[in-house]
Ligand binder design. Structure first.
Ligand code: FAD
Length: 387
């Protein structure tokens, strides 16, 4: 593993640090990461525009579309500095990190001109319409149907778990356009205006009480054919471009988790412990659990650095990304469980309580633990395919 900061990344760190010192207010800092759910959307939007005007909203994008074509180490530095400063992220994370790379790779010039600038500034919010009630891990069996009628596609069906669907005005939608072809070959990707007649969004309130994701129903929705992203029946390849975009996010995972573990260790040293111990940190069972979380956090950092190192040496980071996702999601669950031991009943309210219930989603979203284990087994360990 070779993980060092090249001069361009060192210079970028000084640049972004100076910019944050000048522009990040305490008020914005208090927004934390809760930009889209329960945060102040107007303020988050202003911050997004400020980032976009400075060229920092999507640094990995090509310069012609408002990014800076940043390499992986500049992306790492950016994540580190934003985290260090406590800066909120962008308003439109799914659009910027997942959907934009698919539009940049597969879109027509007209689509890029139309969609990328407002996406960058947070003026358009995007959601991802992939999963269905009967198509999640096995996404290719999706059944939302689109039938060609002259110059339009007519869509009928249902999507589910659409994060930010209630806030989004555009959706990257996967539809079945050929029922005869093998399941991966009959899918097309459409860019769908969420305000079209026949689109109905029903928010789903999660266990945290937040309306974060939605069911979306499509009834005779008419979408112009020039809203196809990529060729007809090639939607699976477009979807893979969308899902593969993990480069920048891998580095971010350990930053948040390790800071959370450190906060918990500090709390354990300051909180009266059970069984007559002066502090929770002196209780041997709690100490063991804290040590486990700490070690998992350090392991996650190493796994992330290994994934980034692979990318630096010209190898795709796919399977390493799966390990990082696995370690991170389980670490987050372990850490919030220890918080309950440390804080006792105080962990039943506030941020730790929210984190505890929310953490259940982390081993499902973006590829479940079982699916990621299959990927590790097949692509890293070389074991036979799951039947
Ligand atoms: C917080 C959150 C946000 C999400 N946001 C979006 C979004 O914006 N857009 C979107 O389209 N989707 C979104 N999803 C959906 C997500 O992609 C799916 O939940 C995920 O792909 C799993 O699909 P499923 O829920 O249908 O479960 P299923 O695929 O039905 O799986 C059920 C169980 O079976 C296991 N399983 C399935 N197949 C196998 C196998 N081959 N081997 C071993 N075990 C298996 C799974 O691991 C799981 O435990 C989101 C989900 C969450 C939790």
């Amino acid at each position: 593993m070779d993980f060092s900061y090249p001069p361009v990344a060192v210079a970028f760190r000084a640049e972004i640090r100076a910019w944050l010192d000048e522009h990040l207010t305490d008020e914005l800092r208090s927004e934390g990461g809760a930009d889209m759910v329960g945060g102040n959307l107007e303020r988050a939007h202003d911050w997004n525009r400020l980032l976009a005007d400075a060229g920092y909203a999507a640094i990995a994008w090509p310069p012609e579309w408002g990014g800076r074509g940043a390499g992986i180490m500049e992306q790492v530095v950016f994540a580190e500095e934003m985290h260090r400063a406590g800066a909120p992220g962008t308003l439109n994370p799914i659009g910027l990190s997942n959907i934009a790379p698919a539009i940049i790779q597969w879109g027509t010039e007209e689509q890029k001109r139309r969609f990328l600038p407002p996406m960058l500034r947070g003026d358009d919010i995007w959601c991802q319409g992939f999963s269905e009630p009967d198509a999640g891990s096995d996404l290719a069996s999706l059944s939302t149907r689109a039938i060609r009628d002259g110059d339009v596609w007519v869509i009928n069906g249902q999507k589910t778990w659409n994060t930010f669907g209630h806030l989004a005005n555009w959706c990257e939608l996967l539809v079945r356009t050929d029922t005869e072809a093998p399941k991966h070959k009959g899918i097309t990707c459409l860019l769908v205006d969420m305000t079209l007649p026949g689109v109905e969004v029903r928010p789903l309130v999660t266990i945290t009480g937040d309306p974060e994701f939605n069911e979306v129903f499509f009834t005779d929705v008419r979408v112009p054919v020039d809203m196809m992203l990529g060729p007809q029946n090639e939607g699976w390849r477009v979807a893979m471009t969308t899902l593969a975009y993990e480069r920048g996010t891998v580095a971010k995972l350990h930053l948040g988790s390790r800071a959370k573990i450190q906060r918990l260790i500090d709390l354990a040293k300051a909180t009266p412990g059970p069984n007559g111990h002066a502090t929770a940190a002196e209780d041997p069972v709690i100490r063991q659990k804290l040590a486990r979380s700490y070690l998992e956090g350090e392991l996650l950092k190493l796994v992330s650095e290994r994934a980034i190192s692979a990318e630096l040496h010209g190898r795709a980071m796919g399977p390493e990304g799966s390990i990082a996702k696995l370690v991170w999601s389980e670490l987050e669950q372990h850490t919030v469980e220890v918080a309950s031991d440390v804080l006792g009943p105080d962990a039943l309210s506030g941020q730790w309580a929210r984190d505890r219930v929310y953490s259940r989603a982390l081993t499902i979203a973006g590829g479940t633990t079982q699916i990621n284990k299959n990927i590790v087994a097949q692509r890293i360990l070389g074991l036979p395919r799951d039947r």
